[in-house]
Design a protein around this ligand. Structure first.
Ligand code: ZN
Length: 344
């Protein structure tokens, strides 16, 4: 767990699908709620939104802030604004602890240095352990005037209901396919400007082909809940390719065995579970379409099993990751074979 005054990667990028969320913020005018919770799946830019909102809250120009010429914004950019505290659990396995929330509490009790209040951003608020969550609840119960808490979470079911009920929610939803397309086009044109004629190939043409393919890539879109930043991330880190390869391997179960597993070690367990779920749900749909309703029963059972394991992973119950990985990977051929039980 890291608690830091400023994040090294302090992104305040605005994304085109944040319009409604900014509209909601603007509707509060100068009465921003004391505690906000940004919800929605990963990859929608909630962290960047939280950072930008913190910056705008502390800026003397308020929500209208455009230029970054004020001292508050300059201090934010240099990572030294004394009125901003960011709690960021830097890796998936790490927790937010009670000591961190104690620090939040004392920070909020201090007077604002620059006179625009104080802001605490807690990224991945679901990573608070139970004592941290209870400590935060106390802070929320006695809201200090002129002090703001901006929480973000992609797993709100893991947050105490008493915390949820004390936060005003700002909901983030995946943009439509045309919006995703437009955003990727923009990203690609920037890439083209930065790397013109790389390797002598016409990047624009190569990328527009890739874009067409991407928009038809149901696996990639589904696994990432159509969240543009997650899709981009998977394309950049090679996981998109890996998932497709694993998917192809699973189609050919006669040749699939445990020796293939190491090739997929870079995929997270959750990603593998999501691939299995995607395959299972597709099979269920196809059986429905073929009016083979009896055959959907084992598929539904398989789906329940996968969902239960996925939920276990999400709750991160003292799991031995190696063992679970082995168990899950070993289960793949077996699980995948269930849908293919021969008809009697
Ligand atoms: Zn400013």
């Amino acid at each position: 767990m890291t608690i830091i005054a400023m994040n090294k990667n302090f992104s305040t990028t605005s994304f085109p699908w944040h319009t409604d969320q900014w509209r909601q913020i603007e509707s509060y005018k100068d009465k921003l709620p004391h505690a906000l919770l940004l919800t929605g799946t990963t990859g929608l830019g909630k962290s960047a939104f939280a950072n930008k909102l913190a910056q705008r809250t502390l800026c003397p120009d308020g929500l209208n802030h455009q230029s970054r010429s004020c001292s508050s914004c300059r201090l934010i950019e240099s990572g030294t604004n004394p009125d901003l505290l960011i709690v960021d659990s830097s890796s998936a396995s790490k927790q937010i602890l009670i000591e961190d929330i104690h620090e939040v509490r004392s920070f909020l009790q201090m007077t604002s240095h620059l006179g625009k209040g104080k802001v605490v951003v807690i990224h991945d608020a679901d990573k608070m352990n139970s004592s941290a969550a209870n400590a935060l609840l106390k802070v929320l119960e006695e809201p200090p005037v002129g002090k703001y808490l901006i929480l973000s979470s992609s797993a709100t079911s893991m947050i105490l209901p008493t915390i949820l009920s004390r936060c005003v929610k700002i909901k983030f939803t995946p943009p439509s396919l045309p919006s995703i397309e437009q955003w990727f086009k923009q990203e690609l044109s920037q890439l083209n400007t930065k790397n013109p004629n790389k390797d002598g190939k016409d990047l624009k043409d190569a990328n527009s082909g890739a874009l067409d393919k991407l928009l038809q890539d149901d696996l990639l879109l589904s696994i990432n809940n159509s969240s543009p930043l997650s899709i981009l991330n998977m394309l950049q880190n090679g996981k998109a390719d890996l998932l497709h390869r694993l998917n192809d391997d699973l189609d050919d179960l006669t040749n699939f065995n445990s020796t293939k597993f190491p090739a997929y070690k870079d995929l997270d367990l959750i990603e593998i579970m999501d691939l299995l779920l995607w395959r299972t749900e597709k099979q269920i749909l196809s059986k429905f379409n073929q009016k083979q309703l009896d055959e959907t029963k084992p598929l539904f059972a398989l789906r329940s099993l996968l969902l239960a394991r996925r939920s276990m992973l999400m709750r991160k119950l003292n799991i031995n990751r190696e063992l679970l990985l082995e168990e899950c990977l070993l289960a793949i051929p077996h699980l995948s074979q269930i849908p293919q039980i021969p008809r009697t």
